[in-house]
Design a protein around this ligand. Structure first.
Ligand SMILES: Nc1ncnc2c1ncn2[C@@H]1O[C@H](COP(=O)(O)OP(=O)(O)OP(=O)(O)O)[C@@H](O)[C@H]1O
Ligand SMILES: [Mg+2]
Length: 336
């Protein structure tokens, strides 16, 4: 049974999400008189991924687009992380808009995500699970802000004092969510900043196309997903050329290379400047216009996002020949 109240202060209300490791509840702060969310994870070992998430958030500190931590601790048999209550996930907003955002809105989202990743990377962490469910919008006057959440599998990729990069290792497991993770992650390789950028590229494609070709193909294997991910021309067909450039760039980065965030922002800006409407007002669709009537996304009739990441440790396949040709990573890694 989950606790009714956490830290004698946060009273749990309805459940708003559940993931691979825990559950997320709305809660009211009966002392501070505000709304928060409580992430709960049942304690089975000495530490939980929630405790890891708390430690990451603590090191990231309070900044734009990262949820503020109110409290972390143990309640009954659960670890509890109390966070600012944010708005809907990008996935649910996208669904409300029939999987069709304006070009400006897509660029607006992607631009903020580049800034979030740049910040996280500057604090020595990689997110490792960038996807629409882990991106939330703000509420009220912050409805135009894009937040990155779920740092449960984030990883410190370099040593804070020396900036020495962690060593590269090859393992047999995938990190993140197959639909949005990098090709190297499918092959069980240690992730670096480049892999967050590659996930961002898939997210961009997802937002432009309304779906991804490998979503909702029942029985599709990891190998088939990877083959589709390799086929950049097909993947980026009919999309602004900058999208393919971003994907190509992410794959050209080596394991320990620092991404050029300014270059990424410039490419995004170019998508906007070539847009017919050419609005530069940076107001997302959800702040101004009602959801559009139903539209079939490019290349996929069923645009519903599959539930949940296979977030950790699924068996990786041996790298295919295409992989070996394209990879420019050094052949070593470390895994969580
Ligand atoms: N601060 C928040 N404010 C509002 N909603 C939130 C917040 N944090 C999480 N959520 C909701 O709960 C969902 C799950 O949160 P999160 O991804 O952090 O948990 P998780 O258990 O790690 O989930 P998963 O394993 O599915 O990734 C989010 O997609 C979002 O809808
Ligand atoms: Mg999540």
């Amino acid at each position: 049974m989950v606790p009714a109240c956490v830290n004698g202060r946060y009273r749990l209300k309805e459940k708003i999400g559940s993931g691979a490791y825990g559950e997320v509840y709305h809660a009211s702060d009966i002392i501070g008189d505000g709304d928060v969310v409580v992430k709960l994870q049942c304690i089975t070992g000495s530490t939980t991924s929630l405790e890891h998430e708390y430690n990451v958030l603590k090191q990231l500190g309070d900044t734009v687009g990262i949820p503020h931590v109110h409290w972390f601790g143990r309640e009954d048999n659960y670890d509890a992380l109390v966070l600012d209550r944010l708005g809907q996930s990008l996935e649910s907003v996208f669904k409300t808009y029939q999987h069709s955002f304006s070009r400006n809105t897509i660029v607006f989202i992607a631009h903020q995500l580049v800034c979030r990743l740049q910040y996280i990377h500057s604090k020595h962490f990689i997110h490792c699970d960038l996807k629409p469910d882990n991106i939330l919008i703000g509420t009220g006057k912050d409805a135009h802000k894009i937040y990155l959440v779920d740092f449960g599998i984030s990883k410190q990729y370099r040593y804070p004092c020396t900036h020495l990069h962690i060593a590269f290792e090859q393992t047999t497991s995938l990190t993140g969510t197959p639909a949005f993770t990098s090709i190297n992650s499918h092959a069980g390789m240690e992730l670096g900043c480049c892999d967050d950028i590659e996930s961002l590229a898939y997210l961009l494609i997802y937002l432009f196309r309304g779906s991804l070709p490998w979503l909702h193909c029942s029985g599709i294997s990891d190998e088939q997903v990877v083959e589709m991910k390799y086929n950049m021309t097909k993947l980026c067909q009919d999309l602004p050329e900058e999208v393919e450039q971003i994907l190509t760039y992410s794959r050209s980065l080596s394991f320990d290379q620092k991404p050029d965030y300014t270059f990424l922002c410039r490419l995004l800006q170019r998508i906007n400047s070539t847009s017919e409407s050419c609005q530069q007002d940076h107001v997302p669709d959800w702040s101004t216009i009602s959801p559009a009537p139903c539209k079939t996304p490019i290349g996929n009739a069923d645009s519903t996002m599959p539930r949940r990441s296979h977030r950790l440790k699924v068996q990786a396949f041996s790298p295919c020949p295409m992989y070996s040709l394209c990879s420019n990573r050094c052949p070593r890694t470390v895994r969580k």
